[in-house]
Design a protein around this ligand. Structure first.
Ligand code: ARG
Ligand code: ZN
Ligand code: CA
Length: 253
């Protein structure tokens, strides 16, 4: 697709206790964070080292809370479901009403974002394009969602969802999920990198003979803190747009 693509989003808030039933303002803050970062309108993009500043790319994708539900009725784009589950795993129970979660809205028309408590130390997880329709979408830990309310440092800039939506648009982790430099993210302008980076790394961090500049750890597809990830590249943008004209071509307008 040429020009900005707008993706309708439904946020399924699944909660057991009141604190997990996050506010509309917190939901809206997450949509704003997605729009900020996918437009490269984040003020901290200047933290990108000079050697890569020319790669910082406005993806031209925007997100909008749905204003019509699947039946065509007016909605604020948020569903709220009370559950008995103290937390969910990465096995998709949160995506099914029958399993204590909330069923997806048609996944060819909406990006489904589930927000809940997660076990296993998970911040979130995503399904890549091409998977089963019933589980398509992204799951985010409630305290790593948005920029206000229960969002908690160092995951309070909405970037867990920025990262997970990157997977949903077919981006891989920069290091390719191996630990011996053999993996790839299938993107040429992100350097090969050995492992995920965490926290707030110091530049440069050289691995896999990627000196002198080293790992592009400030990319959204690494594992650093929210305030240390600030950019997508042109190559990542091309890969996301290939998905929007290919397997996800129905969803954008
Ligand atoms: N661990 C998650 C994943 O593998 C995402 C990490 C997001 N990092 C962040 N700073 N919010 O998809
Ligand atoms: Zn990831
Ligand atoms: Ca690469």
């Amino acid at each position: 697709k040429k020009g900005p693509v707008t993706i309708p989003v439904v946020v399924h808030v699944v909660y057991r206790i009141a604190a997990e039933n996050i506010s509309q303002a917190q939901v809206q803050s997450q949509i704003a964070a997605l729009n900020r970062d996918y437009a490269a309108a984040n003020e901290d993009k200047g933290d990108t080292p000079a050697c890569w500043r020319g790669l910082v790319t406005n993806i031209g994708v925007q997100f909008k809370l749905a204003n019509k539900d699947p039946e065509g009725k007016v909605t604020d784009g948020i569903t709220r479901t009370k559950t008995k589950a103290a937390s969910f795993s990465s096995h998709d129970e949160v995506k099914f009403t029958a399993k204590g979660g909330a069923d997806a809205w048609p996944t060819d028309q909406y990006l489904n974002l589930w927000v809940c408590s997660l076990g296993e130390g998970l911040l979130g997880y995503a399904q890549f394009p091409g998977g089963p329709a019933a589980t398509d979408g992204v799951v985010i830990l409630n305290t790593a969602f948005g920029t206000t309310g229960t969002a908690t440092a160092p995951y309070n800039l909405g970037r867990t969802a920025v990262h997970e939506v990157g997977h949903w648009l077919n981006l891989n982790h920069i290091w390719g999920d191996t630990s011996d430099c053999s993996g790839t993210d299938h993107v040429d302008d992100t350097p090969d990198q050995q492992l995920p980076n965490y926290g707030k790394p110091a530049f440069p961090h050289v691995t896999c003979q990627n000196g002198p500049n080293g790992d592009m750890f400030m990319n959204y597809m690494d594992y650093v803190d929210d305030d240390a990830m600030v950019m997508f590249t042109a190559g990542q943008s091309a890969r996301m747009h290939a998905t929007l004209t290919g397997p996800r071509k129905k969803i954008g307008t």
